[in-house]
Design a protein. Structure first.
Length: 447
C-alpha cells in the first residue's frame, strides 16, 4: 500500500470593489492642475466612488452577492503495465478537474433567497474520457483534450424553514452520497472512483495490447450512468430537479427527478460528537432509458438501480480518521446488445467497497497535512466491451496508488477460462493547489 502525503494551502476570503468601474470614474473626472494640492482635491472622486460602491452590487433593496471560487489540480503519474512504462502529467477527470465557479445569491424577501451556480471545468488533459473515434489517454496517447466544459448550470430558491429547490444541470440527491462523507481533505485527489485512475488503459494480454476494447474501465463499469466510474456509480451531474430539506439535528434529506428518466433519494448526517467528527450518507437511485443510443450499444435497454452507503469518523484531538464506502448496482432489468450476430446479454449485479485511513494534522503553518492509505475492490463490474468478449465476472483490486486485478480472475461464457493479466502499477504525485481566486467575493453590499 502506498502512502500519499498531501498538503493543501488555501488563501482566505478577499474583496474586490468594482476596480474597473472605479478606474473609469478616475479617467472621466475633471482634470486637476499639478499646483492644486488643496485638501478638497479628491473629494469629488471619493464621493463618486462611494456612490458606485452603494449601487454596483444591488438592485432595488435586495442583498446581492457574487462569489468566484475554484482550484487547479494536476497529477504526475508514473505507470508500468509489464511491457511499457512512462510518466504522464494530467488532470483528475470530470467533476474533480481544474475548475472555476460563479455563484450568485440574492435575498428576495425575509427568509427567502434565490441564486445560481455555473461551474466550468478544464478537460484539456482528461484521463477518464473517450471520444467517439476511440481517442483516449492510454499507452498509445499521453493526452486527451476535451477542452472546457460547462459541468453545472442551475438556479435555486431556498427558505430556512421549507428547504431548497434547484433546477438545471447539477449534482443530484444521490450523487456521491457515500464518497461525499470523506471529510479528510483528500476526497478530490483520491477516492474509489477511477476518474483519474486510467480507465482507458488497455489490458495487456500475452504481452500485446489486444483486444484493444478490453480496458481497465471495462472491469469497473457502472451501468447506472454508463461510465467506467469504478465506485460511486451515481457520480455524474445531470439535468433535473432537486429538493433538499432544512438540516435538523445534523440530518438532511434530498430527492431528485430528471429527464428520460432517473429518480433518487438520499439521507446525509454530519455532526461533532464527544470529540469526534462524524459523517454518514446513504442513497438510492434508479436510471432507466428504454432505447439507448450511446454510450451503450444501440438497442440496449437500461434499468439499473444503485444503492450506496458511506461514513467517516475522525478523532479531533489526534487527527486519526477512517472512511468507508460501499455500493451495489442491480442490473437484472438491463440488457446490452453485444457480438455478431447481435445478442441480448444481462450484465451481472455488481458491488464496490472502499476504505481509507490515516491522520490529519497541522504540523506546519501551511495548513493541514494528511497521511493516509486506501484500498478498493470492484466485483463483477463487467462493461459492455467485456461482455462482448464473453466475460461474465471479474474482481478488480486497488491499493494506494497501485492497481492490480486479482482474486478469481475473469470467468468467460461457455466454460471456465482464466485470463492472466499483469498488474498496472502506477505511482502518482498529486499536486493540489488552491489559488487566490478561491472565494473572492465581489461587491457584496448590505442595503
Amino acid at each position: 500500500m502506498n502512502v500519499v502525503l498531501n498538503t493543501c494551502v488555501r488563501i482566505g476570503r478577499a474583496r474586490i470593489i468594482a476596480v474597473l468601474a472605479v478606474a473609469a470614474v478616475a479617467w472621466s473626472a475633471e482634470p486637476v492642475l499639478a499646483a492644486d494640492l488643496g485638501g478638497d482635491c479628491c473629494a469629488d472622486l471619493e464621493e463618486r466612488i462611494a456612490e458606485l460602491e452603494a449601487t454596483a452590487a444591488r438592485k432595488g433593496n435586495r442583498k446581492v452577492s457574487l462569489t468566484i471560487s475554484g482550484y487547479i489540480a494536476q497529477e504526475l503519474t508514473w505507470w508500468d503495465d509489464g511491457e511499457e512504462s512512462n510518466a504522464y502529467l494530467h488532470g483528475l477527470g470530470p467533476t474533480q478537474a481544474t475548475n472555476v465557479r460563479f455563484g450568485g445569491q440574492a435575498q428576495i424577501s425575509p427568509g427567502w433567497t434565490a441564486g445560481f451556480l455555473i461551474r466550468i471545468q478544464n478537460l484539456s488533459d482528461d484521463p477518464f474520457g473517450r471520444l467517439p473515434n476511440g481517442d483516449a489517454m492510454n499507452q498509445n496517447d499521453p493526452n486527451l483534450d476535451r477542452g472546457l466544459n460547462t459541468q453545472m448550470a442551475y438556479w435555486y430558491i431556498q427558505n430556512k424553514e421549507l428547504g431548497k429547490i434547484s433546477v438545471g444541470r447539477m449534482a443530484h440527491a444521490g450523487k456521491s452520497t457515500a464518497m461525499g462523507t470523506d471529510q479528510s481533505g483528500t476526497q478530490i485527489i483520491d477516492s474509489y472512483t477511477l476518474l483519474a485512475g486510467f480507465p482507458q488503459f488497455i489490458i495487456r494480454t500475452d504481452g500485446d495490447l489486444s483486444p484493444p476494447q478490453l480496458t481497465w474501465g471495462q472491469l469497473a463499469f457502472c451501468y447506472s450512468q454508463s461510465s467506467p466510474l469504478g465506485g460511486d456509480c451515481n457520480g455524474i451531474v445531470l439535468n433535473g430537479v432537486r429538493y433538499d430539506t432544512p438540516t435538523v439535528a445534523g440530518f438532511t434529506a434530498s430527492a431528485s427527478w430528471g429527464e428520460d428518466d432517473f429518480w433518487e433519494v438520499a439521507l446525509r448526517y454530519s455532526q461533532e460528537i464527544s470529540g469526534f467528527k462524524v459523517a454518514f450518507g446513504t442513497g438510492y437511485s434508479e436510471f432507466t432509458i428504454e432505447n439507448v443510443t450511446g454510450p451503450l450499444p444501440a438497442g440496449s435497454r437500461k434499468d439499473s438501480k444503485f444503492f450506496q452507503v458511506g461514513g467517516y469518523l475522525q478523532h479531533m484531538a489526534s487527527g486519526l480518521f477512517v472512511h468507508a464506502a460501499y455500493g451495489h448496482e442491480n442490473n437484472s432489468d438491463t440488457t446490452v446488445v453485444v457480438g455478431t450476430p447481435a445478442t441480448q446479454v444481462t450484465p451481472p449485479d455488481s458491488n464496490q467497497w472502499y476504505v481509507k485511513a490515516g491522520i490529519r494534522r497541522a504540523w506546519t503553518p501551511l495548513g493541514a497535512t494528511i497521511v493516509y492509505g486506501d484500498y478498493a475492490e470492484y466485483l463483477d463490474q463487467v462493461g459492455p466491451n467485456a461482455l462482448g468478449l464473453g466475460i461474465e465476472s471479474s474482481t478488480f483490486r486497488r491499493s494506494g496508488a497501485t492497481i492490480a486485478p486479482a482474486g478469481r480472475g475473469l470467468r468467460q461464457r461457455g466454460g471456465p477460462h482464466q485470463l492472466l493479466i499483469p498488474p498496472l502499477i502506477g505511482h502518482g504525485l498529486r499536486l493540489w493547489v488552491s489559488l487566490g481566486i478561491c472565494c473572492l467575493q465581489l461587491g457584496r453590499r448590505d442595503t
